[in-house]
Design a protein around this ligand. Structure first.
Ligand code: NI
Length: 168
């Protein structure tokens, strides 16, 4: 396995729709392994193939560091509820913005043996599934941000100020 270069916002590859995977070749297995390694190396909770320059419908997600999910040709079947909170993306390092997403998602995808399966997610996992599936259609979370995109350092300062505020 090897680390791949993460494409940064502004790279046109992030704005394109990805093609479905027809069969899992050794190259695809290699890509998935590399995507997981690249995601963990960057302390991300999800990564989509276009973020490493490959226009295929593949995402990897691991929101707790213990349960990697590999989704090939994912299709969201059902969503419910709503959550509003900060979201980030490895293609926009150091930034976050507020995005409203469903609080529950059920997705169908194929595994590395091209067997279909379903995955349900709540909270952060639901958010990650939506965010990564958007990447496959060339959609970045910046198009869904409410208010301004923030630098993570500013956010940290704001949080500290709020904490100080409580004491007044
Ligand atoms: Ni992203």
């Amino acid at each position: 396995m090897a680390l791949r270069n993460i494409r940064i916002m502004g790279d046109k590859v992030l704005e394109k729709a990805c093609r479905p995977v027809d069969s899992v070749t050794p190259r695809i297995r290699q890509l998935v392994g590399d995507m997981l390694e690249t995601m963990y190396d960057a302390y991300g909770v999800g990564l989509a193939a276009p973020q490493v320059g490959i226009l295929k419908r593949i995402v990897v997600i691991d929101t707790d560091g213990e349960h990697p999910h590999i989704l090939i040709n994912p299709e969201i079947l059902e969503t419910s509820g709503e959550q509003t909170g900060y979201e980030g993306c490895l293609s926009l390092p150091g930034k976050s913005g507020i995005v409203t997403r469903p609080d529950y998602v059920r997705v169908r995808a194929f595994d590395l043996d091209m067997q279909p399966f379903e995955l349900e997610g709540e909270g952060l996992l639901a958010r990650a599934i939506c965010h990564e599936c958007d990447h496959l259609d060339g959609i970045l979370y910046t198009s869904k941000v409410e208010g301004e995109l923030k630098n993570n350092e500013e956010l940290q300062d704001e949080e500290n100020e709020e904490e100080d505020g409580d004491e007044e």
